[in-house]
Design a protein around this ligand. Sequence first.
Ligand code: SF4
Length: 691
Amino acid sequence: VRAAQIYGNGLTGRETEMTMSEATTEPDLEALWKPIKIGSVEIANRVMVPAHLTGYGAHLGFGDRDISYLEKRAAGGAGLVLTGGAAIGTEGSRGLTAIWPPEAVSAYRRLAEVIHRYDTKVFVQLLHNGQHDTGIDDIDHWGPVLSASDVPSPVYGKVPKAMEADDIRRTVEAYGRAAENARDAGLDGLELSGGHGYLICQFLSPLTNRRDDEYGGSLENRCRFPIEILTEIRRRCGTDFPVGIRLSFDEFLGDVGITPELAEENLAVLHGTGLLDYVNISAINYHTIARLVPPMTSGIDTGHFVPYAARAKRVVGDAIPVVVASAIRDVAEAAQIVSEGKADLVGMVRAHIADPAIAAKARSGRTGQIRRCVAANQGCIRSLVTGNMLTCTVNPEVGREGTLGAAMEKSATTERSILVVGGGPAGMKVAEVAAKRGHRVLLAERTDELGGKLRPASELPNRASWLYLIEDLEGSLRRHGVETRTGIDVDTEFVRNLDPDVTIVATGSHFEKSGYSISLPTRDGIPGLGTTDVRDPLETLGSLESVGRSVLIVDEVGDHLPAGLALMLSAAGHHVEIVTTQLFGGTGMTQTNDFAFVIPELEKAGVPTHSQSLVGVIAGNDVTVQSIWGRGRPKSITAETVILNMPRRSDDSLYRQLADDGVAVERIGDCLAPRNVDDAIFEGASCGSRL
Ligand code: SF4
């Protein structure tokens, strides 16, 4: 019995349609392909890649990896790509690339030259973090954080220095110099980051602008800082260099922040200056940032900021174009937004990370071949917030366009027969890439379906978009002629009889079930496990009908599984508690924006979490839970079922037997070492590109 059959999995009717990876009829996308002018520049179509951070340059650097990354999106048919946020100076530059040093101009010039090989324009977004900074660029550049007022940031908690007249003058000039650099580099235009709680937004918002001088108090005064910046940019760059601004139309904090009504007034004042060539409508500030890049668990469907763009259109009319970006990944939806006049261009970040050729595929009638973003925020958001570079769960070429990407596209010199054992993400990906490169591939899977652990994981509440990854790979396997056989338990004899040139083993992993905790390494496992009903998360999903009424989920990992199971089971009437050795339940979810949606749901469901705790002993339905620090009195919990979410162990016995027999064999994914689906996809692609 499948979890979704009993509890539902959050799929709406619309999402069910979207899970059909190969549409039978092509949507009407004509509205997307009409050119549009931004100021003096013509944009070839309405598909845009908005500014987003990549982390590719070391310490403010902007270089070849960024250029290759953006080139791929230009080659993929986007009409406009933005790079940035680019810092205007050392102040407020944490995590950004730099456009202020004169030497940066040559890198941006290379970018412009590369992008202009395609029918694509390139703008830069200028950004100053303001309060969301540490004030420390490097050990030679230490200083206070700057903002409109001394309101601390929810990110770093630093109390800023409220900018004084010379701070404002210096910053305005820095914006002007950065704009000059952008124009001199041959970029086609620029965008000011005036939303998302960054410096300009800090001046526009009553939440962060508590000033009583000419930069605060009234609406006109709060708009003075961006108007001075725009005026300085025009003074230096003239009127035929397109300049736009991104604005948050709602900070989701009620009257203390920017409301849609106030945003309309802000926009009317800024637009009234005649200094803007376009406006890019977004929402949120750093208190509500999880809604900017909503994970699948958010339940937020796409286009949640589109109504704000429609309001902005009513403010500016047809005088300047309105852009909207809003978790939109469906080209049909993008076309509808444009054709209904809600926005003039549609920004799609994650959709372009997942598939850089989304526009080209859509335009050539191949919407069913678009690789869809799964909205797990693992390769993108998690990578960046953990200090790594932008990657993508479903697209291993991201950031590796010149290396892995190029290798994946290169045809094999000799056609070989490849047996792939295991139809999870790693096995599917290696089969896809090998077949694409010209090999004959047989993919053998033990169960009846492809997808590995992702398939049951997609049945947890609001996790259904994992199915996109499986379905898109299945479609690609079909298109590339991979022979897929399910229900086959491959053993050494099977391999000997088939005698392929190479065997790739991707047999995955299983959950550790001893209950061993790294927080109590002196113990082999949980005493008394055999006295009660103990399962791992996937066993639980496969046999929900027999789960006891009281459930204890023991978590050593900190991922989404315990929370997802807890929500599912408590919704079905089970009493669920979670015990975790971690500082708090679901620590990993803080890196993917899931926490902002899942933790409140757990609270609403009344699921208690015993953090920094582990199971002492199990005696039938009696479970003792104790602090990992060994202090305090153990608690006694009743649990008819105990679910262990423990680290996994590789299923590598077939690989070892084949290797011992001298067969040409490789192992990838969890079979090599249990990790994330991101690692499995990367390893599949990497292995496939070497065959
Ligand atoms: S990493 Fe995931 S959420 Fe981010 S773009 Fe790729 S598929 Fe989408």
